[in-house]
Design a protein around this ligand. Structure first.
Ligand code: BGC
Length: 913
């Protein structure tokens, strides 16, 4: 018999071993579990969701050979491995991204708990990941018990903001509370005076004639047992605030503003209660006395509803100041001020669960300087152009005092803000104080501004940097790419481009954030989609925008220049309309999201078919756009230094779009269509060359004229060096400067590098004299200018300082300087092929792919080039080295053979000498 003490220590040893092996397993367990796009897991409407994860195990060469997913209805069941909703079983595959859920059909409101384990290339199991969850929204229209409510008669250009309220009681033992809500235009909810959620400008911008998103909020912690109060503030946003130049004449509606809101309470005993917007809700005009996206928000704090008495809706103070003319709640109530909400019939409106992350505050900024160029006019300089709002804090208010905030990108010579380039946008917020001597705080609810400077007038006392704080806002995607180089001008341009992306992603990709425009211009979107995918985890943003395009598409197949459709008529112009193909295809390449192609294939095809069947060039039968007088052929290479003919750009993009459609058809298994569109692309290519190619040059002979066919595979193989030389010669003839506009500027550096002019590309990239990216940066730009010469152009015209298009230069930094690009969609296999130009000593690039971090860092040292790379688990990289004649490369002491080397997961150092 074994003595007790020995038995005990054996058990302890066994226990320890088990513990250690579990710990090791846990360390190797998959991580970064991701539901769909990784940004919305509460209140999703996706009924066939996809699950992704990353392998934590980083031993060299690690690959996944199988996975098993468990999905359960409670965390307890999941912990017991009781997968009552789905057990995938052991599935032999390396797929770890966008794996389809195949369990029981999903039900409204239910929360799903899941975990995953994987097996590596040696067949070793990883152990289970920690649990993650997602929760469904309302999947059936019938589950909406709420009515659309508003205040009948309150219409206008824009209509006045309103405020709805519901008092209700909550019983003891509340375990769960959800709000499902949306509005037309924007809405802000408060429970017991605390803001619900952290989103801004909800419900976001969609084609409101068709569809609006609803949001889901977990409000359990905001409620208390007993009496509670829910307030809804309704403002214009994009729906009725006025859009388009000339003051914003275009709007989806003139009001009244509307709300759809359903609060659902679940108690410990399983009983539920629903508090839904209906005619019993109270409604009145809100303290926001004016709000229009371009012009500003005006808030009269004296009009705030007071009191929480049984009525909870005390008529605001009687005002007698004629000056501000805000006496809407005087002793004689405005006849329009109803006590009870009115109901609106909105049966045709599609109410869809939100599909992309909301707009949020992503950063706050204090002014770097505050000046007083005129007595009482304080100018705050935030040092950075941006899109956002400001938070105003007044330490000691004066009753009825109006504080005015003027927003601008620029200053006049006298130091006051210059709003001329905002055109008709007034960009001015106003706040009227409600107290005497008390501290007051305010920020707008229904708009944003594009600004670097704010001029504050009427502030009681002298404001400090604490009193006017800038909040940067944009659609809340996470950064995934980071770049830096030894040449400062590249870092400055990179920063400018990144800030411009952040400033122009507010529910949709906009052209600019400041003037009377801020629209979803498609040319701008397609030019920046690839750069944005290198920088941000932005898959869902583009998936949503692809739907916006399709939602507004004309029945004949054409799309519009601006989406959601607004202001500009169709059909879309070349390079603008083609965002229909370029946005989904590029997003698919970067994230491997096949569904973006599935969902949008018909829309992509319809636009291509429109072009293919509306061929204007009688002689050759390829597409160009024209006005009825045959004088204007679209936007062409928009705002270039040297204009290029517009007609060929139509054919070039038609060919490119046919090519992309063929590729998409191939991915989706539509083999016949893939062949058809590939053949059409070929046929149009022949026609293009017949029409536009002459004397070894393309019509117009500009850089753009040669770049577009070179980029879209139109140039016959043997002529490619000739055409590339045309571009290079022209660049040299302009003393190493580009002459391109929005469209061709994306192509110039990549093509120069592709065809042996990398050092010339680098000269153009770091050029500091006009026209160049460096010129902007050297002349005070903190975001990309709309024009190469924005500093010299007239101030009052089309001259934004925050337009993304020229920001597309950074795509070359990632694809060529760092040399990283996807081969298989989503970086399952990818290329590392850095192209170090003469004069640049160091580049650092890291990218958080869906498989894990990719790194490509290189540095010149002691005559050697040292390259450090990281290949994430479950991927393979093709390494292509920049070997000069007579050079050789070694990886950890072993000589590498010439050509492409396959690199398995791991981190490596390569020496080139
Ligand atoms: C916008 C551009 C847009 C263009 C169309 C401008 O007003 O700001 O960015 O693409 O019009 O040519």
């Amino acid at each position: 018999m074994i003595p007790y003490s020995l038995r005990l220590s054996r058990w302890l040893l066994l226990g320890c071993c088990l513990f250690v092996s579990e710990l090791l397993q846990a360390q190797n367990a998959p991580q970064k579990l991701r539901f769909e796009y990784g940004d919305i897991r509460l209140g999703t409407g996706v009924t066939q969701p996809r699950l992704s994860w990353q392998l934590a195990n980083t031993h060299p060469g690690v690959r996944q050979t199988a996975y098993q997913i468990l999905v359960a209805s409670s965390p307890e069941k999941l912990a017991q491995n009781e997968a009552d909703l789905w057990d995938s079983g052991k599935v032999k595959t390396s797929q770890s991204v966008y794996v389809d859920y195949q369990g029981k059909s999903l039900e409204s409101r239910q929360r799903y708990f899941w975990k995953v384990q994987t097996w590596d290339e040696k067949g070793t199991a990883s152990g289970w990941s920690s649990a993650d969850w997602w929760e469904m929204g309302l999947l059936d229209k019938k589950e909406w018990k709420a009515d659309w409510i508003g205040m009948a008669g309150i219409i206008g250009e824009p209509p006045r903001s309103t405020q709805a309220r519901k008092d209700f009681s909550v019983k003891n033992n509340l375990v769960k509370a959800r709000i499902y809500a949306t509005g037309l235009g924007d809405y802000v909810l408060k429970i017991n005076n605390q803001k619900v959620g952290d989103q801004l400008l909800a419900p976001g911008w969609t084609d409101y004639l068709k569809k609006v998103y609803y949001q889901t909020y977990d409000v359990t912690s905001l409620l208390k047992s007993g009496e509670n109060q829910l307030d809804a503030f309704l403002g214009n946003g994009w729906w009725s605030g006025g859009l388009g130049w000339g003051g914003g004449f275009h709007r989806y509606s003139q009001g009244p503003l509307r709300l759809l809101c359903q609060l659902e309470l679940t108690y410990a005993d399983g009983s539920t209660e629903v508090i839904a917007s209906n005619k019993d809700w109270k409604i009145r005009l809100s303290p926001v006395i004016y709000d229009a996206m371009y012009h500003g928000e005006h808030y009269d704090a004296r009009l705030e509803a007071k009191g929480t008495d049984a009525d909870g809706w005390v008529t605001p103070v009687v005002l007698n100041d004629a000056k501000n003319q805000t006496t809407l709640f005087g002793p004689n109530k405005d006849p329009n001020v109803g006590e009870k909400a009115d109901i609106f019939d909105m049966k045709k409106m599609e109410v869809v669960a939100q599909e992309a992350p909301p707009i949020r505050v992503t950063e706050t900024k204090k002014a770097v300087t505050v000046t007083e160029p005129k007595p009482g006019h304080f100018v705050f300089d935030f040092g950075q152009n941006m899109a956002g709002i400001v938070h105003l804090s007044i330490p000691k208010a004066t009753y009825s005092q109006e504080v005015v905030l003027h927003f601008a990108e620029l200053l006049h010579e006298d130091g006051t803000v210059a709003q001329e380039n905002l055109r008709s946008a007034k960009s001015t917020d106003r706040y009227i104080c409600k107290s005497n001597g008390e501290a007051e705080e305010w920020e707008p609810m229904f708009l944003y501004h594009g600004f670097r400077y704010v001029e504050v007038v009427g502030f009681p006392g002298k404001p400090t940097v604490e009193n006017v704080v800038a909040k940067v806002i944009h659609t809340d995607f996470q950064p995934i790419g980071e770049f830096s180089a030894s040449e400062e001008i590249l870092n400055k341009i990179y920063s400018n481009a990144k800030w411009t992306l952040k400033s122009n992603a507010l529910s949709i990709p906009t052209d600019c954030p400041q003037r009377d425009e801020r629209l979803g211009w498609m040319g701008d979107a397609q030019i920046f989609v690839a750069s944005s995918c290198y920088l941000m985890d932005i898959n869902s943003f583009w998936a949503k925008y692809a739907r916006d395009i399709a939602d507004s598409q004309h029945p004949s197949g054409y799309v519009y220049d601006v989406n959601p459709k607004m202001v500009v008529g169709g059909p879309s112009k070349p390079a603008w309309g083609d965002a229909t193909l370029i946005v989904p295809w590029t997003t698919y390449e970067f994230f491997g999201d096949k569904r973006i192609l599935e969902k949008n294939y018909e829309s992509m095809k319809a636009w291509v078919e429109y072009m293919n069947t509306h061929t204007s060039t009688k002689k050759a039968g390829i597409y160009y756009f024209s006005d009825p007088d045959e004088k204007w052929f679209g936007y062409g290479d928009w705002v270039p230094v040297v204009a290029s003919p517009g007609k060929p750009i139509g054919g070039a993009y038609q060919i490119y779009s046919n090519t992309l459609l063929a590729k998409a058809a191939h991915v989706l298994g539509k083999t016949k269509e893939a062949e058809t569109y590939a053949a059409l692309a070929k046929q149009y290519t022949t026609k293009y060359n017949e029409l536009y190619f002459k004397d070894n040059n393309y019509e117009g002979k500009t850089q753009a004229a040669n770049l577009m066919p070179l980029s879209f595979g139109i140039v016959p193989e043997k002529l490619k060096p000739v055409i590339a030389k045309n571009v290079a010669d022209d660049v040299k003839a302009h003393q190493d400067h580009l002459t391109t506009g929005f469209i061709a500027s994306q192509q110039i550096l990549p093509r120069l590098t592709d065809y042996g002019y990398n050092d010339l590309a680098y000269k153009v990239a770091t050029q500091k004299t006009y026209p160049s990216w460096g010129y902007m940066a050297e002349n005070g730009a903190t975001t990309m200018w709309e024009l190469w010469n924005s500093d010299k152009e007239r101030p009052e015209g089309m001259n934004s300082r925050n337009h993304f298009a020229y920001g597309s230069v950074i795509e070359w930094y990632f694809r060529y300087l760092a040399g990283v690009e996807p081969i298989e969609p989503g970086f399952k296999t990818f290329r590392i092929a850095p192209k170090p130009p003469k004069g640049l000593n160091r580049v650092n690039f890291s990218y958080q792919s869906l498989y894990g971090p990719i790194v490509s860092n290189w540095e010149r040292k002691d005559g050697k080039l040292i390259l450090n790379v990281t290949i994430p688990p479950n991927t393979v990289a093709d390494l292509e080295l920049p070997l000069q004649a007579g050079q050789s490369a070694s990886l950890e002491g072993k000589k590498l053979k010439k050509g492409v080397s396959k690199l398995q997961p791991g981190s490596y150092q390569i020496l080139i000498q």
